[in-house]
Design a protein around this ligand. Structure first.
Ligand code: AMP
Ligand code: GLY
Length: 428
């Protein structure tokens, strides 16, 4: 069924990803009404926002019913893992995002690794443990360097890259005995440390059909040269030249297609994003992990590269139908997003600082809000670790970078921090 009339859309979440999704929906003639919950200081300037938390499943369903919503686009992973998509579908509302069963690919690393093993998808050698002695015994026969992961959701913080045996053992003790990651760390995955360059592939799927978006790379570390602690992502760019056509074909054949077959075999009706985190090793691409939603900040570079109307694509995916074709990308363009964060992030950070914006920005540049809010006098204040993302699109990545940094430099708030080297692997 192709979309013959405009639909009402609810976007769930409050980050730069959701702001980018809202902007994309607003460009569509097939979006009748767009609303968000809970939104942020930028989204609220664009569409009506409702103060319902992304984890308040029943209230979100109620909001969708009351607002006559026909498509809910779920941004973050937590509501998906709590069954938001299932609850919406049970009320006859189309939801873009997997149900609780599919969301396990992200919410349980142990589930995800077993899925890879069951369906022959290349990944690091691994074992999973809930018993501390069994885990320590495994480490005796698998010396460092090795990777120890909390199996559950840990906002990107549950991965310990252990350079020494002592670090690996300490991580096992911390997770299985000392509750360092709460329930998320009650089960651990210990796996081979893979070497290579990382890239991500986002696939939009309806279960039966799939569309691959351009490869992207994000910068997870807070410091320049990819140093310092992990963050949610300090910037991203696409397409990532590290993934050439041949590698993309290998990923499609060895990762994406077996994943779709595997989901079917396992009886999981997956409608949403498969975001494959991949290590490009000397022995070919190997899966690090799946996320089950759009990446943040990757979305801020992927959506501007899509020329086709995204609304009918997400709606068809949400209904489990064939995806509308042709699907057009801006093949001759590159995009970059530079994240502006608050002093202290990813530790505890400054908040409540007023933000000054440039009077105008070029058409090819978008300022996307993440941790911002509007006060009663309509000033925009910082209220999160990642505050804003400046996204730009241009015929070359170097031009996109120049445009993004030019605008990023014109935005002022106390404690503003940004990395100057986003895209360095592709630009060097
Ligand atoms: P994950 O949440 O599993 O994607 O892990 C977060 C980050 O840790 C990845 O983006 C990689 O940079 C790193 N990482 C995770 N697993 C491995 C591995 N087996 N080998 C090398 N790096 C890894
Ligand atoms: N940028 C990493 C993520 O969205 O998980």
């Amino acid at each position: 069924m192709s979309l013959s009339k405009a639909i009402n859309i609810l976007v769930i979440g409050s980050g730069g990803r959701e702001h980018a999704i809202v902007e994309k929906c607003l460009q569509s003639p097939l979006a009748a009404k767009v609303i968000a919950a809970p939104g942020n200081g930028g989204i609220v300037g664009r569409v009506p926002c409702f103060p319902v938390a992304a984890e308040a499943i029943e209230e979100l369903v109620k909001l969708a019913v009351e607002q006559a919503i026909e498509l809910v686009i779920v941004g973050p992973e937590v509501p998906l893992s709590m069954g938001l998509a299932d609850a919406l579908r049970a009320r006859g509302i189309a939801a873009f995002g997997p149900g609780r069963d599919g969301a396990q690919l992200e919410s349980s690393k142990a589930f995800c690794k077993d899925f890879f093993a069951r369906h022959g998808i290349p990944t690091a050698a691994y074992a999973t443990f809930t018993d501390v002695n069994a885990a320590l015994e495994y480490l005796d026969s698998h010396p460092a360097p090795i990777v120890v992961k909390a199996s559950g959701l840990a906002a990107g913080k549950g991965v310990i890259m252990a350079e020494t045996d002592a670090e690996a053992r300490a991580a096992v003790h911390a997770m299985l005995e000392e509750d360092a990651f709460g329930d998320s760390g009650k089960e651990v995955v210990i796996e081979e440390w893979l070497r290579g360059e990382e890239a991500s592939i986002h696939a939009i799927t309806s279960g039966q059909d799939v569309i691959l978006l351009p490869a992207s790379q994000d910068h997870k570390r807070v410091g320049e040269g990819d140093t310092g602690p992990n963050t949610g992502g300090m910037g991203a760019y696409a397409p990532a030249p590290a993934v050439d056509t041949a590698i993309m074909e290998t990923i499609q054949r060895e990762v994406i297609e077996p994943t779709l077959r595997g989901l079917k075999e396992d009886g999981i009706d997956f409608r949403g994003i498969l975001y494959a985190g991949i290590m490009l090793t000397a022995n070919g691409p190997k899966m690090l992990e799946y996320n089950v939603r759009f990446g943040d900040p990757e979305t801020q570079v992927l959506l501007p590269l899509i020329e086709s109307d995204l609304v009918p694509v997400l709606y068809a995916a949400a209904l489990g139908e064939p995806l509308p074709r042709p699907f057009r990308l801006r093949d001759d363009h590159s995009a970059m997003v530079v994240v502006l964060s608050a002093e202290g992030y990813p530790g505890s950070y400054r908040q409540g600082d007023a933000i000054e914006f440039p009077d105008s920005v070029p058409d090819s540049v978008r300022i996307l809000h993440a941790g911002t809010r509007r006060n009663i006098s309509d000033h925009i204040l910082t209220c999160g670790g990642r505050v804003l993302g400046v996204s730009a699109i241009a015929p070359s990545l170097s031009r996109a970078a120049a445009l993004a940094y030019e605008t990023a430099d014109q935005i002022c708030f106390e404690g503003k921090y940004l990395r100057r080297d986003i895209g360095h692997r592709a630009l060097r």
